[in-house]
Design a protein around this ligand. Structure first.
Ligand SMILES: Nc1ncnc2c1ncn2[C@@H]1O[C@H](COP(=O)(O)OP(=O)(O)O)[C@@H](O)[C@H]1O
Ligand code: SF4
Ligand SMILES: [Mg+2]
Length: 348
């Protein structure tokens, strides 16, 4: 599972510190991301996992401040290469976007221009950051990128339009565009969710090989813990706009330290089962982020919830090496008869 080529001692290339992001809508303030902190090391593949609506996408869009008119970072810092992107001038942020931190989204069709051949679109991206590049150099760079993402017959495909590609091939084009400026960080937001399982595996393999070859740091966002296991070495579990648990992937699978993670794991088919088969999902639905619960956001769905859980947010507790959980069951003040972590060293 864990990537052998990853350097555990590498410095953080990106640090998100106490990030809070809200949308100010006519229905009220949507508190999408609430006090989220994490860091990403050089060459690391970090997974962010959680059900739909947990705040994964908004966290990543916040990094590049692509939040649209109603979204705003209300607190926190995003330190990239020594600079806080939240307080940095707009020009500096523009230089980072695409060139140094690039994103790949779930639906490539919505990001590609349907009226422009894909080769030209990749070329346009290169030109935004290398305006003086010569035409023949540009063409060979585009062909190199098409080859890099394993698009067959790049010379021919250069002139094809997005609708002439399959979903998987379109996602490869998006990855080529993302890699056009050799970014330090690639954020992939559910890039394989719309694809069938075989194509999904191919794209995951491609991302892994790119990480190995170029030491690109990757944030991989998914609702699927099974995908995280195949790709990432460390994982953050989000729910209700907050980080519930953070661990090395193997540790998360073997010793989940949060009831929400346990619920997610129960809904991941194991290797022997049909990958597309859905197992039980967690009963209930995610909280309303206009009026998020006062305490633990998972309390209304948690079968271990105590009184304190609904009233007060749990502290972030270190439960192992590089392993953190935000759950009252790790705190002696919240004893519980049915505490699943008691054997794992929980005091309750
Ligand atoms: N543009 C927006 N305006 C208002 N609310 C939004 C907007 N984008 C996301 N949200 C809300 O923010 C919360 C987190 O969303 P999101 O980050 O997209 O979740 P995830 O990616 O984990 O599925 C959700 O409650 C969602 O409805
Ligand atoms: S803090 Fe309480 S409600 Fe939240 S996950 Fe832990 S036990 Fe469940
Ligand atoms: Mg999302």
């Amino acid at each position: 599972m864990a990537m052998e080529t990853e350097r555990k001692d590498a410095a953080a290339i990106l640090s998100v510190e106490h990030l809070s992001t809200s949308f100010f809508t006519s229905n009220g303030r949507v508190n999408a991301v609430r006090d989220v902190s994490f860091s990403l090391r050089q060459g690391e593949m970090l997974g962010i996992v959680g059900e739909s609506g947990s705040g994964k996408t908004v966290s990543s869009l916040s990094i590049l401040q692509l939040l649209g008119g109603s979204g705003r970072i209300t607190d926190g810092k995003i330190i990239f290469d020594g600079t806080d992107l939240v307080s940095a001038p707009k020009k500096q942020l523009r230089n980072v976007r695409g060139a140094r931190i690039a994103m790949v989204f779930q639906d490539p069709m919505s990001s590609l221009n349907p009226l422009m051949p894909v080769g030209k679109q990749i070329g346009e991206m290169i030109k935004t950051h290398q305006p003086k590049i010569k035409a023949d150099e540009l063409r060979s760079e585009v062909l190199r990128l098409l080859g890099l993402v394993h698009i067959p017959e790049p010379e021919k495909r250069y002139h094809s339009y997005p609708h002439e590609f399959s979903g998987g091939m379109r996602q490869r084009v998006m990855i080529a565009i993302a890699l056009a400026c050799k970014p330090d960080v690639l954020i992939a937001d559910e890039p394989t969710t719309a694809l069938d399982v075989t194509i999904q595996d191919q794209i995951l393999k491609l991302l892994r090989s790119l990480r190995d070859e170029f030491q690109t740091s990757v944030i991989f966002i998914t609702h699927d813990l099974g995908v995280v296991a195949e790709l990432c070495s460390r994982v953050i579990v989000m729910y209700g706009g907050k980080i519930m648990e953070e661990a090395l992937v193997d540790d998360l699978y073997e010793n989940p330290a949060h009831p929400y993670t346990m619920g997610l794991l129960a809904s991941v088919p194991n290797v022997a089962q049909d990958k597309q088969k859905r197992l039980q999902s967690i009963p209930g639905s995610p909280p309303d982020m206009i009026r998020p619960p006062a305490g633990c956001p998972f309390a209304p769905r948690c079968s271990y919830a105590r009184n304190i859980c609904g009233a007060q947010e749990a502290p972030r507790i270190q439960v192992g090496e590089s392993h953190f959980s935000r759950c009252w069951l790790w705190v002696p003040e919240a004893p519980a008869e049915n505490n699943p972590f008691r054997k794992a060293g929980g005091e309750a």
